[in-house]
Design a protein around this ligand. Structure first.
Ligand SMILES: [Fe+2]
Length: 373
């Protein structure tokens, strides 16, 4: 009877573990942001294994050491700066040998490296660490520390954590492939917009600065990572439509004639038309199309008004105008920063979104103050 009861308990535990694995598999397939994903998975692992904290290390092949990729718990911040030499400590051993390790009492294990505890003031009692292996290559280590209630990690914990480790490794690999692809994508569109900027010697570097100013506002208004990414791409591409404007108009040293100006005003539509057929960019085309609209409805190309103008377009409009004011143009000299701020305030509520102007000026002032100290 006693045997049966303990057998049932062990089976129940196994089922519970399987449930956790299925749950986390769902998480893995639904979240793209690797930090968020690993935080959720590690939190689950802590819950099930009743561990105090957990972390994921990645191997830096060039430096032949390991660094904290995710460090949960109160000491997480301090831990981020710590690096563990390959082969050193429990984590270094697991990284070197590619085998999981269960250490019930770290004080009794010669491999134990006190360096991390010293810096974080955390007291480690027990460790369960598994290697993160993908395509036969060790890319890092995941660990849980200190089973609550002074108990010990057991074989079931090890089994479950090893299975989680396999999924974590795949997720990290996928995320780095994704971010490599994303970077490749961004650098290609960056080179297109640089080519457009270069058509006019006075706008060289313009798109990169518009990106910088736009992100400053985007971060200050609290946009999500995804929205910031979309804002960045929209800002890179905001003037891509100038590719369709003849060089004789773009590079004209003097003032444009009315007819030339009317042609120039078509560039937001050209730009939206260029990105519309590209699946990944389609949803960003309104940000490009409306970046010359005004809050009072007197902008172009459609006269859209107020909050109907998408937020990224309102942000890019301010970034774009500020950069135009603070760089030399063939027909006028650049304004100094103060004068440009005044101009932004003067046109606040007519051309620009007043709240965004206030945020932009405040953030830029902070940045200038920081650079001068
Ligand atoms: Fe523009």
């Amino acid at each position: 009877m006693k045997y049966l009861k303990s057998r049932i308990r062990s089976l129940q535990k196994k089922i519970k573990n399987l449930e956790i694995l299925i749950d986390t598999t769902m998480v893995f397939s639904s979240i793209l942001d690797i930090d968020e994903l690993l935080n959720i998975v590690l939190q689950k692992a802590e819950e099930v294994m009743e561990a105090e904290v957990s972390s994921v290390f990645r191997i830096d092949e060039k430096k032949n050491d390991l660094y904290f990729f995710i460090a949960r718990g109160e000491v997480g911040k301090e831990a981020k700066a710590i690096r563990v030499p390959m082969g050193k400590g429990i984590v270094g051993w697991v990284a070197q040998h590619g085998k999981p390790l269960l250490v019930p009492d770290v004080t009794k294990d010669r491999r134990w490296f006190k360096g991390v505890d010293k810096k974080t003031k955390f007291v480690t009692r027990s460790i369960l660490a598994v290697p993160l292996i993908t395509k036969g290559k060790i890319i890092g280590v995941a660990e849980v520390l200190n089973k609550k209630g002074n108990r010990r990690f057991n074989k079931d914990d090890l089994e479950l954590f090893a299975a989680l480790g396999n999924q974590i490794a795949i997720a990290i690999e996928n995320a780095s492939l994704y971010s490599e692809l994303d970077e490749l994508f961004k650098s290609s569109i960056r080179s297109i917009s640089e080519a457009v900027d270069a058509k006019d010697p006075y706008t060289r570097g313009h798109s990169a600065r518009v990106v910088e100013y736009s992100l400053l506002m985007g971060e200050a208004v609290g946009l999500s990572k995804d929205d910031l990414n979309n804002l960045e791409i929209s800002a890179i591409l905001h003037d891509v439509g100038k590719i369709g404007v003849p060089d004789s108009i773009l590079g004209k040293p003097g003032k444009l004639t009315t007819q030339e100006y009317e042609y120039m005003k078509k560039h937001p539509e050209f730009g939206a038309g260029i990105i519309q057929p590209i699946d990944r960019l389609k949803k960003l085309s309104p940000n490009v199309l409306y970046h010359h609209e005004r809050i009072d409805g007197n902008g172009y190309p459609t006269g859209l008004k107020g909050k109907r103008i998408p937020l990224p377009a309102r942000i890019i409009c301010i970034a774009d105008s500020y950069d135009a004011m603070t760089t030399d143009r063939p027909y006028r000299k650049k304004k100094n920063i103060r004068a440009a701020f005044e101009e932004l305030h003067r046109c606040s509520g007519t051309q620009f979104d007043p709240k965004l102007v206030r945020i932009f000026v405040t953030e830029l002032e902070k940045q200038i103050l920081y650079q001068s100290t």
